[in-house]
Structure formats: structure tokens, C-alpha cells
Design a protein around this ligand. Structure first.
Ligand SMILES: Cc1cc2nc3c(=O)[nH]c(=O)nc-3n(C[C@H](O)[C@H](O)[C@H](O)COP(=O)(O)O)c2cc1C
Length: 367
């Protein structure tokens, strides 16, 4: 490899890392730049592979010499990274809203997130391993492992946290909420939801509120779980009721709410709430945000405050990365006489476009 190709290779590698980090910061760059930097990353990847074509040829033809454990590991990690990048490319097109809206394959944003996290972790691991092998400084292998783990953690936890903390999504209320209806067979359930809106002391100036997964629906600050409740009410015609705390509300800052919630949850505090009468209903659809892997304390107060014996409780959780986590079991423990059924766990980014899935559930499994 001549010195120009070598320098080009190093420049492309550095650029790929910068692009990957920029990809992770899509909360600040916005969707269009995210998609453009995504394409740039895959172009760099192709250049990288052209530069390394001799290595690739040797691998494919079985002529690659990889003596020792570290070299074998390096080859394994590189192959895994290439596979993840290839799948990520399709998944990126699948979730694209601006450049590839016609591509309807692999449209899961969860899959996209997991793949992107894996690519970041494997890329850090791959670069570190190359350095270990070339410099023969075997001690750096520990740093390499740590860099790989840091990459995965940034993707899985850091990015979703930034997303929740800084982003306020603007949606059209009518487009998000209203549309096709579906008949609920049998007696209609009551939709009960908890959301930060109504339970938080927000400043009168909406623009001063940092993201925290809140939505500006037609300019009105709306809790994302409230939006889901509105969607379900529109689909089914069911009554809905918010869980509203009567005492102190949460602070407007996302970080401060997170810290207050952990204290409350660990001490088992159940704040007082306005009464929610469930006696006329055979089933309840409970919509809640996952807080520290469980239900918000006020949702626990609601479940604790009424008799749910013989009723069905359908669960819809919203979350920043953790599915239902422990919430289902925690709810079952609070309402032992009820049948508790998981319906769906929705990633916070997907909430504004969740109507279609809710409609499908009501049609197919919800009755
Ligand atoms: C106090 C607090 C704790 C949270 N803990 C988790 C968590 O453990 N796992 C998770 O995936 N998301 C967590 N989240 C993110 C919320 O589940 C997610 O942003 C939800 O969609 C917010 O809905 P809302 O806008 O109605 O408040 C937490 C959010 C808050 C405010």
C-alpha cells in the first residue's frame, strides 16, 4: 500500500468515527442531516473496503494468515462489524423518512438503534484491536474492550437519554390522533393514563421547557402518554381519565424529575391522586411511561386505590429503551385479583406514529 493510500485510509477511518458520533447526536442535528451523514458513512465504508481489498480477498480465499488469538479475534470482530454495517444500511433505509421513504423493508426503529449501537461498539473494538496487533502492546486490549463497551452503552443508553432530555417533538394533533375507528367487542374499557403533563409544574413559557419526550401537538404541550390515550379514545370511543396527583407536582426539569422519581420509587412512596372510579368497568387500559424500570409512583397509587378483582388490565408502556422492564410484574403484585395483559411497549420516538399499531391491536387482539 503506497503512502497516499495509507494516509487516505487513516483519514477515511477518522471520518467514519466522526460521522458515527454525529449519527448518535441526531437529537441535535435533526433527521435530514442524520440521513445525509448516514449515507456519507456508508460511502466511507465502501472506500475503506476498497482500500483494504487485498485483506478482504485473502479472507475470502482463505489465504489470510492470522496467527495468535488476538489476530483471530480481530478477524472475527471485523467480519461481525461488516455484517452489522450491511444490515444497518438496509435498516437505515427502512427507517428513513426523507431520502428513502419508499423503502418499506426493516422499518423497525428498535432494530436500527440496536444495530447502530453494535456498530459503534464493534468499530471501537475493531480500531483498538488493530492498534493492539500492530503496536504489539497487548496491555491495550483491556482499553480496547472498554472502548467497545463504551460504544455500545452510548448507543443503548446515552443516546436515548439525550433524546428524552433535549427533544420536544412537534406533531399535528389531528394527523396523529384522528382517523379510522374500530369497534370494541363487549363492554368498553376505561383508558387510564399517567403523563408528566398535569403532574409537573411547567413554566408558563412552553418554549423554555426542554424536550423530555414531551410533544407540542398543534403548539400545545402534551404528554406523549396523553397523546396515546387520545388516539385510543378516538379509535374505540372509550372514556379516558388521567391520573392526576393532588399534592406537590414534579419539577419542570427532566433531570430533576428523574432524580425525584428514583427517591420516591426506592422508598415505596405512593403520592395522593384524584380518585379514578373503575367500578363500572370490566377492563382497564393502563398507559404509563416506564420510570426507573417500573410504573410511576402515582400509577401505583391508582392500582392500589381500587378493587381490580375479576377485571382485565391491558398494559401499554412507553419507554426510552427498556421495553416493559419490571413494570408488568410490579403491576401484577399490586392487583393480584386481576388478569394483567401486556399489549405493547412503545419507544418514545415512535409514540406520534403509534395510532396504526393501536388500531391493529383493537381490531385483532384487543377484544
Ligand atoms: C423519571 C423518569 C424515569 C424514566 N426511567 C426510564 C427507564 O427506566 N427506562 C426507560 O426506558 N425509560 C425511562 N424513562 C423515559 C420514559 O419512559 C419515556 O420518556 C416516556 O415515553 C415519557 O412519557 P411522558 O412524555 O408521558 O412523560 C424515564 C423517564 C422519566 C421522566
Amino acid at each position: 500500500m503506497n503512502s497516499f493510500t495509507k494516509k487516505l485510509g487513516i483519514a477515511v477511518d477518522i471520518l467514519m468515527f466522526v460521522l458515527l458520533i454525529m449519527q448518535m447526536l441526531y437529537i441535535f442535528t435533526g433527521n435530514t442531516i442524520h440521513e445525509i451523514t448516514g449515507i456519507s458513512f456508508f460511502v466511507c465504508l465502501i472506500i475503506h473496503m476498497v482500500i483494504k481489498r487485498k485483506w478482504l480477498k485473502a479472507l475470502v480465499t482463505g489465504k489470510l494468515k492470522c496467527p495468535g488469538f488476538l489476530r483471530k479475534l480481530e478477524v472475527f470482530v471485523t467480519c461481525l462489524l461488516v455484517i452489522c454495517c450491511a444490515v444497518l444500511m438496509f435498516s437505515s433505509m427502512g427507517v428513513s423518512r426523507t431520502l428513502f421513504p419508499w423503502f418499506k423493508f426493516m422499518g423497525s426503529s428498535d432494530l436500527h438503534r440496536y444495530l447502530a449501537s453494535a456498530v459503534l461498539g464493534l468499530a471501537a473494538f475493531h480500531a483498538g484491536l488493530r492498534f493492539c496487533v500492530r503496536s504489539k502492546k497487548k496491555k491495550t486490549v483491556v482499553l480496547t474492550i472498554l472502548a467497545g463497551l463504551a460504544g455500545v452503552s452510548i448507543g443503548l443508553f446515552g443516546v436515548p437519554y439525550l433524546n428524552r432530555h433535549f427533544r420536544t417533538v412537534t406533531v399535528s394533533y389531528a394527523e396523529a390522533v384522528t382517523g379510522e375507528k374500530a369497534e370494541w367487542q363487549g363492554s368498553k374499557p376505561l383508558i387510564v393514563y399517567f403523563t408528566r403533563m398535569g403532574n409537573t409544574d411547567f413554566e408558563p413559557d412552553v418554549d423554555a421547557v426542554s424536550g423530555a419526550s414531551l410533544l407540542l401537538a398543534d403548539g400545545k404541550l402534551t404528554g406523549s402518554n396523553e397523546l396515546l390515550a387520545d388516539m385510543l379514545a378516538d379509535i374505540t370511543g372509550c372514556e379516558k381519565q388521567a391520573i392526576t396527583m393532588t399534592g406537590d407536582k414534579y419539577p419542570s426539569g427532566y433531570g430533576a424529575t428523574v432524580m425525584q422519581a428514583v427517591d420516591e420509587i426506592s422508598s415505596g412512596y405512593h403520592p395522593p391522586i384524584e380518585p379514578v372510579d373503575v367500578s363500572d368497568y370490566d377492563s382497564i387500559i393502563l398507559i404509563y411511561p416506564l420510570w426507573w424500570g417500573t410504573i410511576p409512583p402515582a400509577a401505583a397509587t391508582f392500582l392500589d386505590s381500587a378493587d381490580f378483582t375479576g377485571k382485565t388490565v391491558y398494559l401499554i408502556a412507553t419507554q426510552g429503551s427498556s421495553g416493559f422492564s419490571d413494570s408488568t410484574e410490579d403491576i401484577r403484585a399490586l392487583v393480584p385479583g386481576a388478569e394483567v395483559k401486556e399489549v405493547m411497549s412503545i419507544y418514545c420516538d415512535d409514540i406520534p406514529k403509534a395510532r396504526e399499531s393501536l388500531l391493529e391491536w383493537v381490531r385483532e387482539a384487543g377484544n
